[in-house]
Design a protein around this ligand. Structure first.
Ligand SMILES: *[C@@H]1O[C@H](CO)[C@@H](O)[C@H](O)[C@H]1NC(C)=O
Ligand SMILES: *[C@@H]1O[C@H](CO)[C@@H](O)[C@H](O)[C@H]1NC(C)=O
Ligand SMILES: *[C@@H]1O[C@H](CO)[C@@H](O)[C@H](O)[C@H]1NC(C)=O
Ligand SMILES: *[C@@H]1O[C@H](CO)[C@@H](O)[C@H](O)[C@H]1NC(C)=O
Ligand SMILES: *[C@@H]1O[C@H](CO)[C@@H](O)[C@H](O)[C@H]1NC(C)=O
Ligand SMILES: *[C@@H]1O[C@H](CO)[C@@H](O)[C@H](O)[C@H]1NC(C)=O
Ligand SMILES: *[C@@H]1O[C@H](CO)[C@@H](O)[C@H](O)[C@H]1NC(C)=O
Ligand SMILES: *[C@@H]1O[C@H](CO)[C@@H](O)[C@H](O)[C@H]1NC(C)=O
Length: 342
């Protein structure tokens, strides 16, 4: 069978697509987290127009949950008491109209930014990319994909046709940016190293996709995890990027055990049976959990799709089991995206 070569997406082989260079920045640790503030600063310094819209409180583990404010004003203080109880449920820094908080989850913060903040206050500028994080703590493997608010923000952006990248650092301390203002110019400070690595990654994406209408193929996102660096590990200051996949050895997900002494069931992370399943993508790539567990000063870069359908083989296998109870319904022909080559 002959394969048609895909035409360049912008319809011209020798022009570079013009972009707004606008990046929506969000996270799940809240808009007062040190990692996101450092990343805001470095992306701006690199020439991007950055609009930060992030939860006013800590929303780790909220996955794609879509909470909206139910009151006009906050009924409790925001994270670290930075925004006080009684303040409006959304707003921006007094001295920076590009830094917004929202009393919602990561997923709803993305929608709030794209459907309200940007059309209303930023002349509806087109957003090239959503960057989420860097999270305080890693988000590795299939198990975390469904739990992480950082990844939840990312797929909420990808749903809306805006490419998204989730960045997660290994520096787990939930830190307040005001406590680390003295470190703003410390090149060894882990949040600053992460911020520089985000810029390096985003710069390359803009360069690589210079001739494409969108920075990533439709329905695609990226999950990046960074190791301990600099002030948290002086022997790793400039981690290498490794192309990875979600599954594979060292993958874990949430599990529990019964503790006889306390009489409680307690959390443990488990190497669960099917986490090493390989169904899609490139089987030869190392798993992201394995790369971080290897402690080789490497960051993992896993590409994901928001089309969660099972493979044709899996779909057919299950279809066969249930065939006697299925009735036929109207078949739709899906629209193939322009990058689809097979
Ligand atoms: C984009 O197109 C220009 C002009 O054809 C070409 O010189 C350049 O190599 C292309 N860039 C990429 C990343 O493909
Ligand atoms: C919310 O707070 C603003 C001041 O920030 C105040 O003017 C307004 O009355 C408050 N609204 C409610 C419903 O409490
Ligand atoms: C903003 O732009 C988007 C896409 O470019 C469009 O769908 C939307 O209607 C615009 N909104 C407003 C308020 O102009
Ligand atoms: C963790 O973050 C909090 C809030 O910023 C800070 O007060 C504390 O000193 C930090 N702890 C460590 C070990 O860095
Ligand atoms: C984007 O650009 C690259 C490099 O020019 C090209 O190889 C790729 O097919 C394009 N991808 C999409 C989804 O347009
Ligand atoms: C970076 O921070 C670590 C931990 O505080 C320290 O051991 C190391 O010497 C620092 N490196 C530089 C270049 O400042
Ligand atoms: C079980 O609970 C006891 C009492 O709270 C605690 O000291 C112990 O560390 C727990 N065991 C494990 C394996 O976590
Ligand atoms: C620090 O980084 C080095 C080099 O990647 C690695 O060998 C070491 O295990 C790391 N230490 C910690 C505590 O992560």
């Amino acid at each position: 069978m002959a394969l048609a070569l895909a035409a360049p997406v912008n319809g011209s082989s020798n022009s570079t697509v013009s972009r707004s260079k606008t990046i929506l920045l969000t996270n799940d640790d809240g808009f007062t987290a040190t990692n996101i503030r450092a990343t805001y600063r470095e992306l701006k310094a690199a020439g991007y127009n950055v609009i930060m819209v992030a939860p006013v409180s800590q929303r780790s583990g909220y996955s794609g949950k879509f909470d909206l404010p139910t009151t006009a004003n906050l009924t409790t203080d925001g994270e670290f008491g930075y925004v006080k109880k009684g303040s409006p449920s959304w707003g921006h820094e007094e001295d920076d109209k590009n830094i917004w908080y929202f009393n919602g989850t990561p997923g709803s913060s993305v929608a709030f930014a794209l459907n309200y903040v940007i059309p209303t206050f930023f002349n509806n500028v087109s957003v090239d990319l959503t960057v989420a994080g860097p999270n305080e703590g890693t988000n590795l493997g299939i198990g975390m994909y469904t739990i992480s608010g950082t990844i939840g923000a990312t797929y909420n952006s990808v749903y809306r046709g805006i490419p998204g990248i989730a960045f997660s650092g290994s520096n787990g301390n939930n830190s307040f940016f005001k406590d680390y203002e003295a470190q703003a110019n410390d090149a060894n400070f882990s949040s600053n190293i992460y911020a520089k690595k985000v810029v390096e990654f985003v710069d390359q994406l803009y360069k690589g996709a210079a001739n494409n209408t969108s920075l990533l193929p439709e329905g695609t996102g990226i999950n990046v995890n960074l190791p301990l660096v600099g002030s948290d590990n002086s022997s790793c200051t400039d981690p290498n990027w490794i192309h990875t996949r979600f599954s594979g050895p060292d993958s874990t997900a949430s599990d529990l055990f019964y503790n006889k002494t306390s009489g409680l069931v307690e959390y443990q992370s488990g190497h669960l049976a099917a986490l090493n399943t390989f169904t899609f993508g490139d089987k030869t790539l190392p798993g992201e959990s394995h790369i971080l567990a290897s402690n080789n000063c490497e960051s993992s870069v896993t590409v994901f799709s928001i089309d969660y359908d099972a493979s044709l083989a899996q779909t057919n296998a299950v279809g066969e089991l249930l065939q006697p109870i299925f009735s036929t319904s109207t078949r739709f022909t899906p629209t193939q995206p322009s990058w689809w080559k097979f």
